[in-house]
Design a protein around this ligand. Structure first.
Ligand code: ADP
Ligand code: MG
Ligand code: MG
Length: 249
């Protein structure tokens, strides 16, 4: 079993008006096979938490720790974190003109494993995963995220996750902007990895809608840079009825 532990995490960004604190003491611990939902209003720092775990250089950690089985993630480079088993599905996936989906996936797999995958087996895995996510096979020759619709970008994030099989997956608003069909396909991808591996999940979302398809074991309400309340799945039901107003006064 693995554990991802976030302790008293404080993070700031540099702005024109000087440093701006965003995360103000986040505590969170996720075990293998658990699905934690972080729910919170816009601007509460959810993406900042995701970026800080993944190692985005703009986000400066001023206090606290992020540990994966006791190893300090904050001392690792972005690719060391990936090799340690961390995966981030970004809220706004980046376009990479000139790099095809097929190339990107093979390069990522090679970097993770330290050796290139066997071509025929890998192509088979990619094709099967794309079919499950209902992505047309022509997709693999398109440039990464370039001209993709919102739904295609999110499916591609889930495709990467399913193929790279992380120990911990952080999914930042992978549900936002999806129609019901795409939401179902994306949720099935998460549930498949959950059912077939020991991965732990941090599912960041603004809306309760995705929690009809993915059942979290733990729910955290995130407000103004910290966890304001924690609970089980029933907390998500209450948020669906009451919204975030209660936490914002
Ligand atoms: P959420 O994902 O919950 O909507 P974010 O983490 O994106 O929240 O942002 C939290 C707050 O930090 C917001 O007020 C946002 O404007 C600010 N912020 C985030 N990143 C930066 C940045 N790079 N520069 C300046 N402000 C930022
Ligand atoms: Mg936001
Ligand atoms: Mg965000």
């Amino acid at each position: 079993m693995s554990t991802l532990t976030i302790k008293n995490l404080h993070v700031q960004v540099e702005t024109n008006d000087g440093p701006k604190p965003i995360l103000k003491g986040v505590d969170l611990s996720i075990d293998s096979r658990e699905i934690h939902a972080i729910m919170g209003p816009n601007g509460s720092g959810k993406s900042t938490l995701a970026y800080s775990i993944a190692g985005h250089p703009e986000y400066e950690v001023t206090d606290g720790e992020v540990l994966l089985d006791g190893a300090n993630l904050l001392e690792m480079s972005v690719d060391e974190r990936a090799r340690a088993g961390l995966f981030l599905a970004m809220q706004y996936p980046v376009e990479v003109p000139g790099v095809t989906v097929a190339n990107f996936l093979r390069t990522a797999k090679t970097a993770l494993d330290g050796q290139a995958p066997k071509v025929r087996q890998w192509v088979g895995e990619v094709d099967a995963a794309m079919e499950r996510l209902r992505m047309d096979s022509s997709f693999s020759e398109r440039d990464v995220n370039t001209g993709f619709s919102g739904g295609e970008k999110k499916r591609f994030e889930i495709l990467q996750m399913e193929l790279l099989k992380p120990r911990f997956a952080v999914l930042d608003e992978t549900d936002s902007g999806l129609d019901v069909d795409a939401l179902r396909v994306v949720s099935e991808g998460v549930n498949r990895l959950h059912g077939s591996s020991d991965a732990g999940f941090l599912l960041i979302t603004h809306y309760t809608r995705i929690l009809r398809y993915i059942k979290p074991s733990h729910v955290h309400v995130f407000v103004d840079g910290r966890v304001a309340e924690q609970g089980g799945p029933d907390l998500a039901d209450r948020l669906e009825e009451e919204g975030y107003d209660r936490f914002l006064s």
